[in-house]
Design a protein around this ligand. Sequence first.
Ligand SMILES: *[C@@H]1O[C@H](CO)[C@@H](O)[C@H](O)[C@H]1NC(C)=O
Ligand SMILES: *[C@@H]1O[C@H](CO)[C@@H](O)[C@H](O)[C@H]1NC(C)=O
Ligand SMILES: *[C@@H]1O[C@H](CO)[C@@H](O)[C@H](O)[C@H]1NC(C)=O
Length: 114
Amino acid sequence: MRYLIILTVCLFVAVYADHLIVGNVSNRVVLANQTKVEYNAIPFMKRVKYFFYSQTDNRLIQGIQALDTLHSKASINITAGGVGYSYVNLRLKSERGRGLSYDIGIYVQDYFYH
Ligand SMILES: *[C@@H]1O[C@H](CO)[C@@H](O)[C@H](O)[C@H]1NC(C)=O
Ligand SMILES: *[C@@H]1O[C@H](CO)[C@@H](O)[C@H](O)[C@H]1NC(C)=O
Ligand SMILES: *[C@@H]1O[C@H](CO)[C@@H](O)[C@H](O)[C@H]1NC(C)=O
């Protein structure tokens, strides 16, 4: 008799939703950069775009808020950097045949509280 036990442990740690809100976006932080990222739809295609932000002073990113203003099935995740870093790279993927429209806010520590 043979037992075949396949144990698949799937640990999927990803922020995968139409909205992405990580870290602090309200407590003792200031909006360092707000960018509206917009791309037109291409029929039958999913669009993949990257948004890179790098802080010019030495303050680290405290929070990131990215809102899907189309309320579509687009997804967004962090591919590099993020909260605790001075930079972030975001990967945006549209719903098939739809455009991308994200309102991205990058929050950093307020000088006042340093
Ligand atoms: C957000 O800020 C508050 C107040 O400064 C702090 O207590 C909390 O730990 C912070 N949360 C995160 C996720 O950084
Ligand atoms: C915000 O960041 C984007 C991407 O890095 C940049 O193109 C834009 O100029 C910045 N806006 C401001 C007001 O600094
Ligand atoms: C972001 O999503 C893409 C596509 O699903 C995936 O390849 C990538 O590993 C994800 N990145 C993170 C940090 O989860």
